[in-house]
Design a protein around this ligand. Structure first.
Ligand SMILES: [Zn+2]
Length: 110
C-alpha cells in the first residue's frame, strides 16, 4: 500500500470533519497530559475522612500520593500485622514530610 492509497482509504473512512475532530482531540489530550504532569510536579490536594490534608510540619496543602506495602515479616513480628495491606502516603511538596494513612485518601478536584 503506497501513501496515495492510504490517503484514498482515509478519505473514504474519515471525512475532513472527522479528521479535524481527531486532531483536536489529540491536542486536547496532549494539553490534559501536560496539565497532569504539572499537577504531579507541584502536588495535588487531598482529603481523608472529608478533612483536607495539610502538612503537619509546614502547613502546605499540596502532596504527592504514594503507596507503601506494610505486610513485611518485621511488622508481623512487632504485632502490627493488622495493618497488613497497603497504606497511602502523602509527601509534602514543600518540605518533604511523609504522612501515612491506613484509610482512604482522595484527591480534591476543583
Ligand atoms: Zn510540609
Amino acid at each position: 500500500m503506497n501513501w496515495k492509497t492510504v490517503r484514498e482509504w482515509l478519505k473514504i473512512y474519515y471525512s475532513r470533519e472527522e479528521l479535524d475532530r481527531l486532531r483536536k482531540q489529540g491536542e486536547k489530550d496532549a494539553e490534559e497530559m501536560a496539565l497532569d504532569k504539572m499537577l504531579d510536579k507541584n502536588g495535588r490536594e487531598y482529603k481523608s475522612n472529608d478533612i483536607q490534608v495539610t502538612c503537619i510540619h509546614c502547613k502546605h496543602a499540596k502532596f504527592g500520593l504514594g503507596q507503601a506495602q506494610l505486610n513485611t515479616r518485621g511488622l508481623t513480628f512487632m504485632g502490627l500485622d493488622w495493618l497488613n495491606e497497603s497504606v497511602h502516603t502523602l509527601i509534602c511538596k514543600r518540605c518533604g514530610y511523609i504522612h501515612w494513612f491506613s484509610g482512604e485518601v482522595s484527591e480534591i478536584k476543583e
